[in-house]
Design a protein around this ligand. Structure first.
Ligand code: ATP
Ligand code: MG
Length: 427
């Protein structure tokens, strides 16, 4: 048993001593059987939420109406969920209310895939009514029960199926896949936030390229609630047209998993999809990216496009350097550095020599923002004897650029002298 699960044994024992059944269930059991690291420990129990809260001193009523209570034990938190069934699925998504039941088998029956419906008792016995262990061994993804019905109840399960298929590099059964093709338009009932969260897990996972290909082949993303930009759909269709490859996107998208950070992976994906800034922005908006995530990915994409344009126009090195410094200042050091490290990781490919020159030029820059200048807007306007206005910001930017390029020392006296020349020129 992994450490996180053995640490939870006292919680299981307490539930048992209270006269309730308690088992490990879900991802932690599945991942342990696969020999993978587990993320969180989920416990299912015949105890009702109030009964769980009576048994333990420190609890959080995380989702009482769904039967979930978080039990705090030592440094850890465990979600204890009452055995339940989900009788009514309104609008093809998770039910608002559930019925608590006393049978473990009944609880396993509501779960989506056979390998997600395996329970493990504290004495080590396994409860596996749907052959989940065999499916894990054989690398097979299979719905619990009638696949068409299970997707009809909750359309999000189609995305989960694809996620696990990619993550473990398994194969869905014929019926599990065919049912998805039949029910895929039901995805329109799922909120875009929840779609994005599943996509995030796919992109962050072990095989984002396989996930991308399965999404393309299934045509599932054609049926999201709010249509994705036509350019995104076109890339998916192009990938789907290749029977066992990603087509021209293959190698590029494969390389996305060389990046550690989820949002860098998204940025690389947007780059490889060949989207314009507008298309990428529209896609992220539709997928409800937060402002900061959007800014990061859009920034990296913009740096990439501008850097390529720059290299395409093949200017002399001095000009190339100055234009690159302009890009770094416009999008920020963090974004430009991120783009460079994505290149180094081999997740996007810009000519190696060019990328290393860009890197060197960036490392040589003495300043990256006007805040680092040895002068501010007030000092500038006092010395020029002009009222502060848009011009102050513009002049600071010009000074910043010259300092960043190494044409001007970052010294108040030098900066003011430079500004005085402009002042005289403007007369
Ligand atoms: P991970 O946490 O790695 O994403 P997980 O399998 O633990 O994987 P959770 O979303 O934490 O996924 O759900 C825990 C368990 O609840 C699943 O293993 C599955 O048994 C069940 N489950 C989750 N979502 C659904 C769903 N939409 N339909 C049916 N069962 C589900
Ligand atoms: Mg989980």
């Amino acid at each position: 048993l992994p450490e996180q699960m053995s640490a939870a044994l006292p919680v299981m024992d307490r539930l048992a001593a209270g006269g309730y059944e308690a088992v490990f269930v879900g991802g932690c059991v599945r991942d342990t059987l696969l020999g993978r690291a587990i993320t969180d420990v989920d416990i299912a129990s015949s105890a009702k939420p109030e009964q769980v809260m009576e048994l333990f001193e420190r609890t959080v009523p995380t989702g009482i109406q769904h039967g979930t209570v978080t039990v705090l034990h030592g440094e850890m938190a465990y979600e204890v969920t009452t055995f339940r069934e989900e009788s009514v699925y309104a609008k093809h998504r998770k039910p608002e209310s559930v019925t608590f039941i006393s049978s473990l088998e009944g609880d396993l029956l509501r779960r989506d895939l056979t390998f997600n419906a395996i329970a493990l008792r504290s004495d080590g016995t396994v409860v596996d009514p749907f052959g989940g262990m065999d499916d894990l061994k054989n690398g097979i993804v299979r719905c619990v029960g009638h696949a068409e019905t299970r997707y009809e109840e909750d359309a999000l399960r189609m995305l989960r199926m694809i996620r696990f298929t990619a993550e473990f590099r398994f194969r869905p059964t014929f019926g599990t896949w065919k049912a998805l093709l039949k029910q895929r338009e039901l995805l329109k009932h799922i909120a875009m936030e929840r779609v994005r969260m599943e996509l995030d897990k796919m992109i962050a996972g072990s095989s984002p390229a396989i996930a991308f290909w399965l999404l393309a082949r299934s045509g599932l993303l054609h049926h999201v609630k709010e249509p994705l930009p036509a350019a995104v759909v076109a890339v998916l269709d192009a990938a789907a047209a290749h029977p066992d490859r990603l087509g021209r996107h293959a190698e590029a998208i494969e390389a996305v998993d060389r990046l550690a950070e989820l949002d860098d992976r998204w940025a690389a994906l947007l780059i490889h999809m060949g989207l314009t800034l507008e298309e990428a922005a529209a896609a992220m908006k539709t997928l409800r990216f937060s402002g900061s995530r959007h800014t990061h990915a859009a920034g990296v994409l913009a740096v990439h496009q501008e850097a390529l344009r720059l290299l395409g126009t093949a200017r002399e090195p001095a000009k190339l350097r100055e234009s690159w410094i302009g890009i770094v200042l416009r999008y920020g050091e963090a974004t430009a550095s991120c783009w460079l490290s994505m290149n180094e990781a081999g997740a996007i490919s810009v000519e190696r020599a060019a990328a290393s020159r860009f890197k060197q030029w960036l490392n040589e820059m003495p300043v990256f923002s006007v805040k680092q200048l040895d002068i501010n807007g007030r000092q500038l306007s006092e010395r020029m004897d002009r009222k502060p206005g848009p011009w102050t910001g513009q002049w600071l930017e010009r000074l910043l650029y010259e300092v960043a390029c190494g044409q001007l020392a970052n010294n108040r006296q030098r900066l003011l002298e430079r500004a005085e020349i402009w002042n005289a020129e403007e007369g």
